[in-house]
Design a protein around this ligand. Structure first.
Ligand SMILES: [Zn+2]
Ligand SMILES: [Zn+2]
Length: 323
């Protein structure tokens, strides 16, 4: 049975354990852009497992069961968020993540369904006494987005710092870094690579590849139409977390929307082809567009062209080694 990052809460069933952790060696990649160093964390046992929690698996649709896109990669005590769709902080709380651990976030692109939780991520953990600024990585435009949020909330910030709350003066701050494809971040727990993906008329949209210290590799597509780069960057990943739409229902959409979705997003058949090339240990679907279709239909369409393991993630699903 395949070993890797497997769902332990959904669906119920046998979940094989990972192999023993690989030797922990941090290899600096030649020619990588100067990665950002994370502040020192308390020493943790190196065998701490990597977990992935799909905090929000939704789309712009206001589905009460699916928060906006947000995924947490958890290595020991360190948490790395990819996207911050609406609901991100409450889902993080539901997942048992500490507010003070919500300090690093990577944006795939600046569509509002992936960023509408940014003000929540900036302020809510701070109000709950996070003192470390939020380190925010994303495409060009990320800094302006963060500046705009801070400007919009300047009265709240002043009230909390200078009023009777006496809030700390650092935890609401944002260190925004506008990144280009390549290694964008590295610390003792993870190396993070961004890669460009085609998302319609967005000039800059990224997928991310996380390589954790225990050897686990997690690739998150962001929003993208089919591209050869995805299979290349996801090759051999433990988890490939990818967006998708149900092709049979897409075919019934009005021409305008067919064109839009074909240009901005990935069909079930195209994703199956990508997965067949990349051969991840587990393909995880999120940001799923069904247009009234059924999840079983989506899985059947994918399985028509891809025989590997595939699941549709739910909010708060945990993927780890089954331990
Ligand atoms: Zn989206
Ligand atoms: Zn998008």
């Amino acid at each position: 049975m395949a070993q890797g990052l497997l769902p332990v809460r959904f669906p119920a069933g046998a979940t094989p354990r990972w192999p023993a952790p690989l030797a922990v060696t941090i290899v600096l990649l030649a020619g990588c852009a100067a990665p950002q160093e994370k502040a020192a964390l308390p020493a943790r046992p190196l065998q701490s497992a990597t977990r992935v929690i799909t905090l929000g698996t939704g789309t712009p649709n206001a589905d009460p069961d699916r928060s906006g896109p947000a995924t947490a990669i958890v290595v020991g005590d360190a948490v790395y968020l990819v996207d911050c769709g609406p609901g991100v902080v409450r889902r993080a709380a539901a997942a048992g993540l500490r507010m003070e651990s919500l300090t690093h976030a990577f944006l795939t692109h600046l569509h509002s369904d992936h960023t509408a939780g940014l003000s929540d991520l900036i302020f809510t953990p701070w109000v709950l006494e996070r003192s470390q600024p939020l380190e925010l990585f994303g495409p060009p435009g990320t800094a302006g987005l963060a500046e705009g949020v801070l400007a919009a909330y300047k009265e709240d910030i002043a009230m909390r710092i200078h009023g009777l709350e006496g809030a700390n003066p650092t935890g609401y701050q944002v260190k925004a870094r506008e990144i280009a494809p390549g290694v964008v971040y590295k610390d003792a727990h993870v190396t993070v690579k961004a890669f460009a993906v085609p998302h319609g008329s967005w000039k800059h949209a990224y997928g991310y590849r996380f390589e954790a210290r225990d050897g686990k590799v997690i690739v998150i597509s962001g929003d993208t139409t089919r591209s050869p780069a995805m299979a290349e960057h996801a090759r051999g990943a433990d988890l490939l977390i990818h967006e998708v739409y149900l092709e049979s229902m897409w075919a019934k959409r009005p021409p305008k929307w067919k064109k839009y979705h074909q240009t901005f997003h990935t069909s079930s058949r195209d994703l199956a082809r990508i997965a067949a090339q990349a051969r991840p240990k587990l393909l995880v679907l999120h940001h799923v567009l069904l247009w009234g279709g059924r999840e079983e239909d989506l899985l059947a369409e994918i399985r028509g062209f891809y025989k590997g393991p595939v699941v549709i993630a739910k909010d708060l699903q945990v993927f780890d080694g089954g331990n």
